[in-house]
Design a protein around this ligand. Sequence first.
Ligand code: NAI
Ligand code: A1CAB
Length: 264
Amino acid sequence: MSQGAVIGIIGGHGWMGRALGLSLLEQGIVSAGQLVVSSRSWSGNAYRDWPDVRCVKDNHELVALADVIVLSIRPEDLASVDIEAHDKLVISLLAMASSQEVSSKVGSRRVVRAMPNAAAEIRRAYFPWYASQQVTEADKQLVQALLESCGMARELPTEGDLDYLTALSGAGPAYPALLAQSMLEHARQKGIDDDIALEAVMQTLVGGSLLLEGLGADPGEMVERLISYDGTTAKGLRTMIDGGIHQTIHRGLEAAHRAASGSG
Ligand SMILES: NC(=O)C1=CN([C@@H]2O[C@H](COP(=O)(O)OP(=O)(O)OC[C@H]3O[C@@H](n4cnc5c(N)ncnc54)[C@H](O)[C@@H]3O)[C@@H](O)[C@H]2O)C=CC1
Ligand SMILES: O=C(O)[C@@H]1CCC=N1
């Protein structure tokens, strides 16, 4: 699947790096011998069940061993990465760093920018990616195979689209978490036992999401259907809509998009 390429993940013990590394191994996309990970400081070894994974401290060693380099560090740590990738394929998972910036920092014009989300941990990420001009068709096939180990991967036509999706899907798992937090707070205020409140919120949000996925239709259709039902749900929905929930969500997405585009 990975055409025998050695994959090196800089930051491979971090949240996203570990999710990608373990997904690749668990699904047999790469063998343990094909994976090298580096970290500045690691607490516990996420790869303890895979003794043939090479864990290094020195990114120069990783670059020498790897055919494909994945950058999975925080954007503020990009300045500390002192490597020369010699035009090897580089996949950057960084928000707020353009392919041009990554390219000049790591010494490669074969740069792909990809945007995971927190659901990569359970292999349910939406993982869009954008390839710079020097990325070949064979590179693209490899990138798609690597990223879809974490969920659903999709090539995008422009880098601007990737900046937008950073705000929408990259940050996205935080939005249902916010909704859950708010619902839970309200249930507790109404005197519902903590355990029951949590169980009700989780089962409802997970069940509702699975239902939407199964319907595969415009989510607006479900909202409209429940508004026309004209029962208790309609009362709740109308009050939220009239209170400006759409505008609030759109403002939040705008703010995240501005940050992702480097203008926030
Ligand atoms: N966590 C998330 O939900 C998402 C994160 N991202 C992007 O993924 C990237 C990684 O984020 P996380 O995994 O959440 O961060 P993290 O902080 O969990 O992991 C980063 C890892 O990089 C290591 N590191 C830092 N500098 C290093 C260096 N010079 N050499 C080797 N290792 C180094 C750190 O020790 C740490 O283990 C970020 O750029 C972020 O924008 C994108 C979408 C979602
Ligand atoms: O919050 C962040 O900057 C990263 C990128 C998108 C999700 N997490």
